[in-house]
Ligand binder design. Sequence first.
Ligand code: PEP
Ligand code: MG
Length: 883
Amino acid sequence: TKWVYTFGNGSADGAANLKNLLGGKGANLAEMSNLGLPVPPGFTITTEVCTWYYEHEHSYPEELAAQVKAALADIGSVTGRIFGDASHPLLLSVRSGARVSMPGMMDTVLNLGLNDETVRAIGESAGDMRFAYDSYRRFIQMYSDVVLGVDHSEFEELIEDHKDQNELALDTEITAESWVGLIEKFKELVERELGKPFPQDPQEQLWGAIGAVFGSWMTARAQTYRRLHDIPATWGTAVNVQAMVFGNMGETSATGVAFTRNPSTGEKTLYGEFLVNAQGEDVVAGIRTPQDITEKARIEAGSTRPSLENLMPECFTEFQAICDKLESHYRDMQDLEFTIEQGKLWMLQTRSGKRTAKAALKIAVDMAAEGLLTEEEAVMRVEPAALDQLLHPTIDPKAQRDVIATGLPASPGAACGAIVFNSDDAEEAKAAGQKVILVRIETSPEDIHGMHAAEGILTSRGGMTSHAAVVARGMGKPCVSGAGMVRIDYRNATLMAGGRTFKKGDVVTIDGASGQVLAGEVAMLQPALSGDFGTLMGWADKVRRMKVRTNAETPNDAKAARDFGAEGIGLCRTEHMFFDGERIVSVREMILADTEAGRRAALAKLLPMQRQDFTDLFEIMKGLPVTIRLLDPPLHEFLPHSDEEVAEVAAAMGVPAEKLRERSMTLSEFNPMLGHRGCRLLVSYPEIAEMQARAIFEAAVEAGKRTGAPVVPEIMVPLVGLKGELDLVRGVIERTAEAVKSETGADLTYQIGTMVELPRAALQAAEIAKSAEFFSFGTNDLTQTTFGISRDDASSFLGTYQAKGLIEQDPFVSLDQDGVGELVKIGAERGRSTRPDIKLGICGEHGGDPASIHFCETVGLNYVSCSPFRVPIARLAAAQAAL
Ligand code: PEP
Ligand code: MG
């Protein structure tokens, strides 16, 4: 078996398509070698060795040692150096490299092969003993840290002691002789900690590092990362062993990182940083400030330190050509690492670069215009969920930023408002028409109302998955979390940051994209849904099969959804209309009425208001389909709950409080979500369905006249489990339609359908479809009833289920395709068996979740329906699902 693949010197055993075997880094090093780019020679030990290692008690396949030896000899023949040789020693870097880049694993050991003997030869050939000893001590530190498990800080302490004693400020002031002394101390430290000396034998060093890479595959950190990102443990990691090149061999040497395009704006300009006379770790460590690669960037940044273009023009020209070549070869923006050793450029890594949503969009559209990608490929390049970042206001890049603190960019968008320190204050201020930013040390479920009321949320504690972050993202509100430099004092209602104190009511701005907190009100840009966004969405719409509708009941939401490209309303939840202003009074009157006549009298007051609601929606949607769901929630939800409220409402309605309380008691249920709701209400009180149907039909006639476009309402009956339930309500609707027709003389066309949100409905879909022209899968309730868990409080244990790996995702967020999905499939198939042209859609939360949308495509649904802000995400996800 071939366990080792070599690369370098213009050729390679492997190539980019062997990512599974060679890992991402190894495959791309091979690919760059095949392209003839200057890659330091090396070899990759395959991921299969990792698998073997774990299947055979941490041992290696028999042929491995010989293959490594041969590969080392190959490197030697290219470089003219021999591993472990006292006069021409070869030094190596050893890096891990899985299929996908994976923080949490061992990263890199540099300068491997140095020992008391080879260090001298390296110093002589470089003509610089200080460089050699500096490299040696770095190697001891790195190797001890990642391979031997001796903490990095212990070495740093020795260095600091030395600097203190000799009154030195910088590491660079330490002389070669001093490093020699420190190296002895380093070695003593290792021996003291481990009970054996630091390995001098280069072979032992190499195998130690290889073992450490494989070992790092199973560390707790790596396992956690894999679990969070759905990476199977069976993939394993590869090990990349490569000849060292030195960016720290004097002033003609350098090291840097670059992106072939700007990763935050997407602009087509080389973008990157470098350090002269440095090794890769120095760039990452951030001790020295790196310089710009291009003159253009240097000038824009107003930097006086020379660019690479200026300092090493030949290397720069060569590098720029390589960037172009790699980008057109991979047909994607690349993230590169390079080193210049005494004027010679070497490429150390290339991979697809991470980018913001804005950049992803621009790069995809530009590359299609450049002919690098087809339109369809461009559509596939943008992550639908990332569009979320683009649908919110952002801070005007030209605005002055008075940054007082920085936290985590927890939820996209920018917001400004007066600071408040608790949720009740937030609500109160909002009611008074004030815009507020809710500032908390951290948030809890009790803060939901305050978060709703606030424009944005700022916390001083908590990460990207803290309560504040998760809830804010769900609400589409900007959030900066974990701003540790902010001191929050609840008692005095102050916030201290950057040496300044802000009181309750002072205005701040938060930027959920950068994590910045700014003093005062800062100018914002409203999201632009034109330009690249519009272009890409246009391409997506061309290839999409499924329609995208929205869940909306207010004119504002409906308009926003139209602007985002919704092609109709998939779910209008009429109960939301029942709470508005004076209507709730009539709704309560209806609930309190003891007779049908009493109920009818109350409903008659609601009729004109409902009719107006529907007329508005039909007009906004201008002939696009509108699905209106008849009343769904249990009546109890409309009654007041606290004693205070009961007294108030009773007084307002002129009924005894006792009566209200009694009615409330009779209506209350142990399991209201499984109780007297949905079509069950309409079976008990058909007059509710009658009023709503009448409002819909009269509105359709009215809107049809006004817009000149015929309105074809789709009336949806919720929570059906029996065909008989639907038939009963259908009868009421049809009789009402006939009545409206004869009263108005108008020609009415309409459809009646049902939600499939109970397992029985899915199983009996063939029967039910005989009475339904359309189905809309209500996957919120269907998830609840399939799992037998409550959508209101399952989160108390679903988190534990996720942590223990029982479920990958919250089934209320992403559709459980195996279970709930099977019922959707059954419902679709059986429904079509008796009504082949039945219209099928989904309107649960899953209708805006990209993975669930993919599933809907496989079932062949006609449309998905989601909240307005998710419409663009759904359009793109539906396009990708169709490709
Ligand atoms: C559903 O159950 O999926 C649904 C859309 O209805 P609601 O969320 O209003 O119960
Ligand atoms: Mg439902």
